[in-house]
Write a protein that binds this ligand. Structure first.
Ligand code: UDP
Ligand code: MG
Length: 345
């Protein structure tokens, strides 16, 4: 496989084009406010930019609103996915279609303040390839959600192959070579935060306060979050598979010692054989452990199964190129400078 990454030693004072990628699933209520805020920030910076919305199969008025906004604003582009693929895939599609020399990922609900982008760009100018927002507070989220997120990332940090920054979301700026690297990762099970960490390159954290949602409601409930964590864990590390071995070893050791104790008791103390409850408990306990182990293997096997199908990650129903990027050739040029891995229609 081609592992060449375009080298950029010296950064221009500004990207010639900044891409802002926004996955949107039923976000009709926040779109106008988002476009407003982004455009005032970019206006102050005098930065040429494109705002790529990925409509992730919304069932509300998100797409019509986007089409209306796109008529009025030359910088807005739309990638309309054929159905709801979930945020991670929507983000992937956005990164595939972005053509800037730096790409910012932003949530549609304005939880990530666009006002931070100038700070991101400062670090980009200094040569950092990834500048990510690190939440120091998360307003409008429950205690349990914050705590569980904290635990999850602590566990992942221990088990994963590379350290994943804590309290970082998807809100970040990436240089073109990082985007290029991400496009080379073909996996179906995409845990973006894991992939971001895995590709490496000089990274910089920028602390910020995460705002509550501007409007609408979160797409996550606890069951979805649990599945997301499982997805994250199993697509990012195989450590749990090894855990089964160690649990098995320690249970076997305990059983052996317990066996010795019974022999000792019977021979030396002349204790008659008892222990129906012990037998039942031991059987149930071991049965449980075995089932957990099987389930775990199943999780990984299922993922292997899905990966071997080698399906495309998503389908695009239509792509509306930002008018800002004048011609088809400019878009193709831009796309090929961050060289194209996935074939786009
Ligand atoms: N999102 C998406 N597809 C989905 C779910 C969410 O594109 O299936 C987008 C959503 O529109 C938003 C971002 O992902 O821009 C984050 O979603 P949300 O605000 O619901 O998550 P939270 O901020 O609560 O973690
Ligand atoms: Mg949100």
């Amino acid at each position: 496989m081609n592992v060449y990454t375009p080298i950029r030693q010296r950064r221009e004072p500004q990207p010639t084009l900044l891409s802002i990628v926004v996955p949107a699933f039923n976000e009709e209520a926040t779109l106008d406010a988002l476009v407003q805020r982004v455009s005032s920030v970019m206006g102050e910076l005098k930065q040429r930019y494109e705002l790529i919305f990925v409509n992730d199969g919304s069932t509300d008025m998100t797409l019509p609103s986007l089409m209306r906004i796109q008529q009025e604003r030359p910088e807005v582009g739309i990638v309309n996915l054929s159905r709801n693929f979930g945020k991670e895939i929507a983000l992937t599609a956005g990164l595939d279609y972005a053509s800037g020399d730096a790409v910012v990922v932003l949530d549609a609900d304005l939880q990530d303040p666009p006002e931070l982008i100038p700070v991101f760009l400062d670090y980009w100018r200094q040569g950092f390839d990834v500048v990510y927002g690190q939440r120091i507070s998360r307003a409008g989220e429950t205690w349990f959600k914050k705590k569980s997120a904290e635990w999850f990332y602590a566990i992942m940090a221990r088990l994963g192959p590379v350290e994943m920054p804590q309290n970082a979301g998807d809100f970040r700026l990436m240089s073109d070579r990082v985007v290029f690297a991400l496009r080379q990762l073909p996996e179906q099970h995409r845990f973006m935060k894991g992939l971001f960490a895995w590709v490496g390159f000089p990274q910089k954290a920028v602390p910020y306060h995460r705002d509550p949602r501007h409007a609408g409601k979160t797409k996550w409930n606890y069951w979805k979050l649990w599945n997301f964590s499982l997805e994250g864990l199993t697509s990012y590390t195989t450590a749990p598979l090894r855990a089964a071995t160690y649990i098995g070893l320690s249970v076997a050791l305990c059983a052996f010692l317990y066996g010795l104790w019974i022999v000792f008791k019977t021979i030396l103390l002349g204790d008659p054989v008892q222990g129906f409850p012990t037998v039942v408990t031991a059987i149930l306990f071991l049965g449980g452990l075995q089932l957990i182990g099987l389930g775990l293997i199943g999780e990984y096997l299922g993922r292997v199964f899905n990966e071997t199908k080698r399906r495309p990650l998503y389908f695009v129903e239509r792509f509306e190129k930002p008018k800002e990027i004048g011609s088809q050739t400019e878009w193709q040029d831009r796309q090929s400078t961050v060289s194209q891995i996935r074939q786009l229609p």
